[in-house]
Ligand binder design. Structure first.
Ligand code: S3P
Length: 168
């Protein structure tokens, strides 16, 4: 399993799609699976049930996906703050797409579907999460000023250098 983590706007979905295509694996977006399973948008869940409820669903879906079919899996930006998710990620290759706060805001600031963008302390949330991204990462990839195709090639190069997993 290859898992992509990082803050909103890091390029998890765009790079994840490219990577999945190159590796011949399915691409899975955890937020989309949450929406399919609940029949509601992430924004609706935040508004109706609150963020803690969303985080519970997010963890359950992530744990199920990690135990499932091999894929390139993109997590939502806050998924790695859940301690049980951090544990569950230990068996995977975890690619952390690093993005600066300013660049992240340039990429997503006008998106109405990301409820967390309305958080008054968003920059503090960003800073707090950096430690979680670093803790779960097996690869850290800078993205500021880089095109998704270049980022994808960078990741493929790193994956090719890894010792292959022992059989069984
Ligand atoms: C969130 C990021 C979103 C989504 C939800 C909460 C976050 O995913 O899971 O809106 O807490 O950072 P993306 O990182 O794909 O935007």
């Amino acid at each position: 399993m290859i898992v992509i983590v990082g803050f909103m706007g890091a390029g998890k979905t765009t790079v994840g799609h490219l990577l999945a295509e190159k590796l011949g694996l399915p691409f899975v977006d955890a937020d989309l699976v949450i929406e399919q399973r609940t029949g509601r948008s992430v924004r609706e869940i935040f508004e109706a049930d609150g963020e803690p409820a969303f985080r519970g669903i997010e963890h359950q879906v992530t744990a199920d996906l990690l135990a499932g079919q091999d894929a390139v899996l993109a997590l939502g930006g806050g998924g790695v703050e859940h301690s049980a998710t951090q544990q569950a990620l230990r068996a995977s290759q975890v690619i952390y797409l690093q993005v600066g706060y300013e660049e992240s805001m340039l990429r997503v600031a006008h998106d109405e579907y990301r409820p967390l963008l309305r958080a008054p302390d968003l920059q503090a949330i960003f800073r707090r999460r950096l430690a979680s991204y670093e803790a779960v990462a097996t690869q850290i990839v800078a993205t500021d000023g880089r095109r998704p195709e270049a980022i994808c090639l960078d990741i493929l190069g790193r994956l090719a250098e890894l010792p292959s997993a022992p059989p069984g």
